[in-house]
Design a protein around this ligand. Structure first.
Ligand SMILES: [Fe+2]
Length: 185
């Protein structure tokens, strides 16, 4: 006689560390809560921008389809690496990083795009606007980290997140240039 399979996992078990709490992780750094909070905000925006690239990778159309299809996917992969860097920095500091899309959607300052397909120009404009929001948050976050003597976070934000985002903005914005800049007289 067959026996019903019992679920092995008890989903009522309490969390071992609730979101928003901090454990002492790096002894040299105390009072990391403000840094962790700003990192989670940046993470919410970075997760959203990462997914926005995948949406545009799938939905892009027109004569520049192939190059934008590849470019959007390349930027998506770079943002996936940055997301990992930010999330693990939060954990290193003893915090809890947001992880799920639903949590990122609640947290992000990037406006929700329509589900439908947009023109390539509108896709690029939307991506540039999202980068601007993320970059502003990264600059603010770096200042918070510096205030708390957190050089590691400062390096993650400036050397990692900011530099990559500025490079991505350059690659995107060149697609909107209608003609080369005129030469200086
Ligand atoms: Fe793909």
């Amino acid at each position: 006689m067959k026996r019903a399979v019992e679920p092995a996992l008890d989903l009522t078990v309490p969390e071992v560390q609730p979101y928003g709490t901090t454990v002492r992780a790096l002894s040299a750094l105390q009072h990391s809560e403000p840094v962790i909070e700003v990192l989670n905000q940046i993470l919410g925006d970075a997760l959203t921008l990462r997914d926005l690239y995948k949406k545009h990778h799938w939905q892009v159309s027109g004569p520049t389809f192939y190059q934008l299809h590849l470019l959007f996917d390349k930027h998506h992969e770079q943002l996936a690496d940055l997301v990992d860097l930010i999330a693990e920095r939060i954990q290193i500091l003893g915090g809890i990083s947001v992880a799920m899309g639903a949590d990122a959607a609640e947290l992000t300052r990037i406006p929700r795009p329509p589900r439908g397909r947009e023109t390539p120009a509108a896709q690029i404009a939307r991506l540039l606007a999202a980068h601007e929001i993320l970059i502003r948050g990264v600059r603010d976050g770096a200042r918070v980290a510096a205030t708390h003597g957190d050089d590691g976070t400062n390096d993650v934000l400036i050397g990692g997140v900011l530099r990559t985002n500025e490079m991505q903005v350059w690659f995107l914005s060149e697609h909107l240039a209608v003609a080369p800049p005129s030469e200086c007289a």
